[in-house]
Design a protein around this ligand. Structure first.
Ligand code: PRX
Length: 653
């Protein structure tokens, strides 16, 4: 039986903290790093690493550079910071090429399992050859340094291969999560001006085939910049191929050379653009670069997950999100890790599919999201208990605050009370873990603990004073190498969103509290961004999808607490006079949002209302709607133009 709230309270009182096993701490990578630099304690390291140029300069020396950098940090055009200027490098040289010089070439880079149970293994040498062949194929399509390539693939091995092939020749990849809709794909391809799209015929999801190519074709109807479409034949379903535009991956790489020169890049050259939700209807194109991103993902993978040669590591995130970019692809490969990758759904065809995979492949490090843990908790304790997961030695969590119940369940049922849990706080924008334990940190369930070495964070009041033991805004006070460099084609929005509230300080957009021991308790977003199952969705995106439907005059979206997803989406919809509120229309609207954005953004609840509370200037007062939803006082209503709308929120649902 899953623990009740009361049990957890008792347990936390008895065992409020958990220390990683002493042997693990003593043999950890972070301890070895400290020894090498004659640093006696982790706290001493944290203090010393507040000199971010010193710390990130030392870490960067562990990677291979074609030409050493001259300046570690150039802040002359802040907030457009530059790292490692004057150097030359390529992230792919570090993630793949350099392993060819050591025994790593024969080490397995990826063990992949499909939903149907098919298993494939790729050594670093296999990966090298496949990346080179695909890089040459991209060149033959005319892709050059700086060109953008969109990738719309499920969790197939071709996904990391395509990303690495782009980076190798200096092209910029933009991965679009395969669960996103045709429209979302179209908008992203058009925004970044992609020349090529890489996609697949389809993929398996809970036993049925999702026809991805169909979505891609829909998107391509209105994406004039895309000249070529590469299609991975994965499930082998019949898909239409447009002559002169579409080509199968296997036909393309056939006959291509297994050698391909790695482009010498400036460390500040863009590596990828990844779109994420913000507070407006249009997602932001987060830009990351080769140099600093390589250094940050390398060191955090090494120190937080304590990655060792013999580990089998599994990050369950899809590479369509930042977690997959940093901790399925780049961070682990730069460390020469063996990673496990799974194509399918977590509990298909049986509830313990994940636990079976851990047992079968001998996974030692497992990194997942609280929403997945809660979903498994609901399925019952008997499922993990059936499996021998003694191979696991370390666990990770990401995407949202992990509630203590889920922490304790994860720790006991999956981690057998011995595995420490690395609760990693970070963002698409930060590129790497920012606040997280390392395997020598004393853990408390529900906190991501302390900022990592080289990260200087704080909690600020509205006025910018540092707060302890009080909720405030989470900020980062010094730049870090894997930070976003800008928003694609929108430098003003970059400056405005992240750097305008407090001068020279990065505003994360989260509310958090720092306790007396310096532990950070992240509570959630401070802006109108929802966190549904660990995925970021802008309320404005959902609203603009709804108002694009012929029946809808106005819409407001809010997040309400949800037992499994963390937050669920509730929308309030004002219909046009031409339409009447019916259950069928609700259904249609839910589906509509799914088509417009993707199934993850489908509202859980739709409430039809007569009116929405608005200010005199016509702005929807979401604050009032939220307070009503929570049953809290609605606060100051002096700017409200239509008080009757507040009462109406309770009716007509
Ligand atoms: O609110 C924080 C939450 O997820 C946001 C970042 O979302 P995204 O860019 O999609 O990246 C998710 C994966 C890194 C943050 O602003 N968040 C992420 N990790 C945690 C978290 N909240 C609390 N604890 C975490 N460990």
């Amino acid at each position: 039986m899953t623990k009740t709230h009361k049990d957890v309270e008792v347990l936390m009182n008895e065992q409020r903290v958990f220390s990683p096993p002493k042997e693990m701490a003593d043999k950890s990578n972070i301890k070895a790093w400290m020894d090498k630099h004659h640093i006696k304690s982790y706290d001493e390291l944290l203090k010393k690493a507040e000199d971010v140029e010193w710390y990130w300069g030392e870490v960067a020396k562990e990677l291979e550079w074609f030409k050493p950098w001259e300046k570690t940090l150039d802040a002359s055009k802040a907030p457009f910071y530059k790292w490692y200027t004057g150097g030359k490098m390529n992230i792919v040289h570090n993630a793949v090429d350099r392993h060819m010089k050591t025994w790593h070439k024969n080490k397995v880079a990826f063990i992949w399992e499909g939903e149907t149970g098919e298993v494939k293994k790729l050594t670093y040498r296999d990966l090298y050859i496949q990346v080179n062949k695909f890089a040459n194929a991209l060149k033959s399509l005319g892709v050059k340094k700086g060109d953008r390539v969109s990738i719309y693939l499920p969790m197939l091995l071709e996904l990391p291969i395509a990303m690495l092939a782009c980076a190798k020749i200096g092209a910029v990849h933009s991965v679009v999560f395969s669960g996103f809709s045709a429209k979302a794909l179209r908008d992203r391809m058009n925004d970044c001006g992609s020349k090529v799209l890489v996609t697949a015929d389809g993929f398996y999801r809970r036993g049925s085939v999702v026809s991805l190519k169909h979505n891609a074709d829909e998107a391509l109807k209105d994406a004039p910049g895309v000249e070529s479409v590469v299609v991975v034949k994965s499930v082998g379903n019949q898909v239409p191929m447009t002559t002169e535009r579409d080509i199968y991956w296997h036909d393309m790489v056939e006959g291509e050379s297994m050698h391909c020169k790695t482009e010498e890049m400036d460390p500040e050259d863009p590596l990828f653009i990844l779109y994420t939700s913000g507070t407006t209807g249009s997602p932001k194109g987060i830009v990351h670069v080769h140099g600093g991103y390589a250094v940050g993902t390398y060191s955090t993978t090494r120190n937080v997950f304590d990655m060792k040669e013999e580990d089998i590591y599994w990050c369950s995130a899809d590479a369509g999100w930042i977690t997959g970019h940093s901790y399925v692809v780049y961070g682990p490969l730069i460390n020469g890790t063996t990673s496990f990758m799974y194509e399918g759904a977590p509990s298909y065809p049986h509830p313990d599919r994940w636990w079976e995979l851990i047992e079968k492949h001998g996974v030692t490090i497992f990194y997942t999201a609280p929403t997945a843990i809660r979903a498994h908790m609901r399925l019952g304790d008997e499922w993990p208990k059936k499996r021998d997961m003694s191979c696991l030695r370390l666990l990770g969590s990401v995407g949202e605050p992990i509630n203590p119940e889920a922490w304790v369940w994860y720790h006991e049922l999956i981690g057998k009370k011995t595995c420490p849990i690395m609760d990693t706080w970070w963002q698409t924008e930060t590129g790497m873990h920012m606040i997280s334990p390392v395997p020598m940190t004393v853990l408390k369930p529900g906190t991501a603990t302390k900022p990592l070495p080289g990260i200087v964070a704080d909690i600020f009041s509205e006025e910018g004073e540092s707060l302890t033991d009080k909720g405030g805004l989470l900020v980062i006070k010094k730049p870090w190498p894997s930070m976003l460099r800008t928003l694609y084609k929108n430098p003003d929005r970059y400056t405005e969103t992240y750097w305008s509230k407090y001068k020279g300080i990065y505003l994360a957009g989260d509310i958090a509290r720092k306790d007396k021991e310096g532990y950070y308790w992240v509570q959630g977003r401070a802006d109108d961004v929802l966190n549904v199952s660990g995925h970021r969705i802008g309320t404005a995106e959902v609203e603009s999808a709804l108002v694009s439907h012929a029946a809808v005059a106005e819409a407001a979206a809010i997040g309400i607490p949800h037992e499994v997803k963390g937050e669920a989406i509730r929308t309030y919809v004002v219909l046009r006079k031409t339409h009447t509120p019916t259950a069928e229309l609700k259904d249609e609207l839910r589906k509509w949002v799914g088509i417009e954005i993707g199934p993850i953004a489908r509202p859980d609840e739709i409430w039809f209302v007569e009116d929405l509370p608005k200010t005199r200037s016509g702005k929807i007062m979401r604050r009032v709607i939220k307070a009503k939803a929570k049953g809290e006082p609605v606060g100051d209503l002096s700017t409200l133009a239509n008080p009757e709308a507040v009462e109406g929120l309770d009716h007509l649902k």
